[in-house]
Design a binder for this molecule. Structure first.
Ligand SMILES: Cc1ncc(COP(=O)(O)O)c(C=O)c1O
Length: 379
């Protein structure tokens, strides 16, 4: 890491957290503040990124596009929309691009929520939509996950009222890594009033493919005009730092949301990286397989310690430590390892993003140094 980059990290520790993944910004801020940060030594298992970086082809596209950074990417923008539409065998009028899928969530909150309207979401889940809903003065109803860590669709349905204009379903869910069965989602959606839109956040889609409980609502559509399905280039494609996401939705829904998009919300390097990444099926397959192996190894290590993580369909794992999560998080931070934030509803659980093998060795070594009697560490 260059010294200027290192200085930036030090600087940001004292001044701003704007560059950090915002869902955990306050938490990351606290982590960065409590000790000097050396970016070279930090092991970042806290934001569910792809620890291996973009594929070689995506990286080459980024490098060769860098010299054109003086230009707005206005020619590439409609081409990328078309490319994404083609990859999903849908119309380009159904594709909405965002500065990360986070911007898509903000657009949805801006377009469909306001005072006297209501968002329903699971708890815990990815928090961005809740924050944007509150910023829009909307009411927010959080429904705890079921004991199987699925969205509790019966309770969600019971909470629906005429003012419920948006429901957020993250599947697989962050932070639990768990699935809500496809057939249950279909039954639930069919019972909703026509005025209720549903976001299905498929950020971790590629890592869930093997489960018979899972089918993407993009790849296997139900042709319901109320659905907004979101995807991101931040996970399997390893492009979180370039900020690109998208939604597939009905043309009129796309039009309503697009009014709230930032002008030129997608950058020139992201568009070129995305073309290359979408053409690189082998790169995606490799990333999926590597993640499956890393996830299996995590479970092997956990089981060797008699731990029982929640079954994961993502590139991160959540598990009960039987101790206050904030203490465990702090222990790892002292070992220069960042893990996910504490989730109030599950305050003895930690969320660990899968890193490279050497990073996971460091994780387990730090785990083995937790200052708890071994008997209370085991299930
Ligand atoms: C479920 C979920 N949705 C959306 C995002 C946001 O991704 P991005 O804005 O990088 O596309 C994340 C990031 O961690 C996530 O976990």
């Amino acid at each position: 890491m260059s010294s200027s980059r290192r200085q930036f990290l030090r600087f940001s520790a004292g001044v701003t957290t704007a560059s950090l993944p915002w869902c955990s910004r306050a938490f990351a801020f606290q982590q960065l503040q409590s000790a000097p940060v050396d970016g070279d030594k930090l092991i970042r298992l806290n934001s569910n990124e792809n620890a291996y970086g973009p594929s070689a082809k995506a990286l080459a596209a980024i490098m060769s596009a860098a010299g054109s950074s003086n230009r707005y990417p206005r020619l590439q923008y409609p081409e990328l929309i078309q490319r994404i539409a083609t990859s999903h065998q849908t119309g380009s009028d159904r594709v909405l691009l965002g500065c990360g899928s986070t911007e898509i969530l903000r657009m949805a909150a801006s377009a469909f929520l306001r005072k006297d309207r209501q968002l329903i979401h699971g708890s815990p889940t990815f928090e961005a939509i809740e924050h944007y809903a509150r910023a829009a003065d909307s009411q927010v109803i959080a429904i705890p996950l079921s004991p199987a860590f699925a969205h509790d669709l019966d309770r969600m349905l019971a909470a629906v009222s005429p003012s419920t204009t948006l429901i957020y379903l993250c599947n697989p869910n962050n932070p639990t890594g768990s699935l809500t069965p496809r057939k249950d989602l279909e039954t639930f959606i069919a019972k909703l009033p026509s005025s209720t839109l549903v976001i299905i956040d498929e950020a971790y889609h590629h890592f869930a493919g093997a489960s018979s409980m899972y089918a993407s609502f993009i790849d296997h559509p139900i042709h319901d005009e109320r659905l907004i399905v979101t995807r991101t280039f931040s996970k399997v494609f390893g492009l979180a730092g370039l900020r690109l996401g998208y939604a597939i939705a009905a043309p009129k829904v796309v039009q309503k949301m697009k009014k709230f998009a930032t002008e030129d919300n997608v950058n020139a390097l992201a568009t070129e990286a995305a073309f290359a990444a979408l053409d690189d099926a082998a790169g995606v397959a490799e990333a999926v397989e590597r993640n499956a192996n890393d996830r299996q190894e995590f479970f092997n290590q956990a089981m060797a310690r008699a731990l029982k993580p929640i079954d994961s369909h993502t590139n991160f794992v959540m598990m009960d430590t039987l101790h206050p999560a904030n203490e465990v998080i702090e222990h790892f931070r002292k070992h220069n390892i960042l893990i996910g934030p504490q989730f109030p509803a599950m305050n003895t659980y930690i969320r660990v993003s899968l890193g490279r093998p050497e990073e996971m060795l460091a994780f387990w070594s730090a785990w083995d140094q937790l200052p708890y009697p071994k008997s209370t560490r085991h299930h």
